[in-house]
Ligand binder design. Structure first.
Ligand code: 16G
Length: 194
């Protein structure tokens, strides 16, 4: 094992993250973001292979049905996403960690879809945004969405970033400069009612 490998997993620190942390550090507003979060003992970082134990999956269950996802299931899905990202970044999951408790208290995904249109551009999709109820009122959601917007624009040169949400969340996303200008239609293949 090399000196930089974790004794617990045999992975290098870089392998433990879903995408390179440099992508965050290079954002033009990174200092402002990390200072804001730091005041509440919070920090933003890429999703880690260890985040099952930090409460990531449990947090997702506050957004929608997660079902039975074991730690092994989590690691297998993480590794599959990571493998895709090794070819080219597609799954950019950013989490906010409470530095005192080491728990993941908020999370969001930027999914990158390669297109032929717009001169072979990339469309970003903002997915799975969730903030733990007990951290409401600290602007964590706004900061988190701001990070995803900056990543889509600056790091991945997306021509647009879109999302779907319920009516009651439209105002929140409008604060982040999203405009409500299209409808979202879907067919459900699971048994959840609309
Ligand atoms: C919301 C989420 C979406 C998530 C879905 C889950 C945002 C901006 N939107 O629409 O990403 O996948 O909820 O609900 O976070 P579902 O289980 O009914 O698809």
């Amino acid at each position: 094992m090399s000196a930089t490998q974790s004794s617990a997993t045999g992975r290098t620190p870089e392998d433990e993250y879903l995408f390179s942390e440099d992508k965050l550090r290079k954002l033009s507003n990174w200092t402002e973001i990390s200072t804001k979060l730091g005041k509440n003992n919070l920090r933003a970082r890429p999703l880690s292979v260890h985040d099952y134990d930090s409460g990531y999956v449990e947090l997702l269950s506050k957004l929608t049905l997660v079902g039975n996802v074991t730690k092994d299931n989590y690691i297998a899905r993480f590794d599959r996403m990571k493998k895709v990202n090794e070819l080219e970044d597609h799954y950019i999951i950013v989490v906010i960690e409470d530095t005192a408790t080491k728990k993941v208290i908020a999370a969001s995904t930027l999914f990158l879809e390669l297109k032929f249109i717009h001169e072979c551009s990339i469309r970003g999709r903002l997915e799975d945004v969730i903030v733990d109820d007990s951290y409401r009122g600290k602007n964590v959601g706004l900061v988190l969405v701001g990070i995803i917007v900056a990543l889509a624009k600056e790091s991945f040169n997306c021509y647009k970033l879109s999302l779907d949400c319920t009516d009651k969340l439209i105002k929140f996303y409008e604060k982040n400069n999203f405009k409500h200008n299209l409808n979202m239609l879907s067919i459900r293949f699971d048994e959840r009612a609309e």
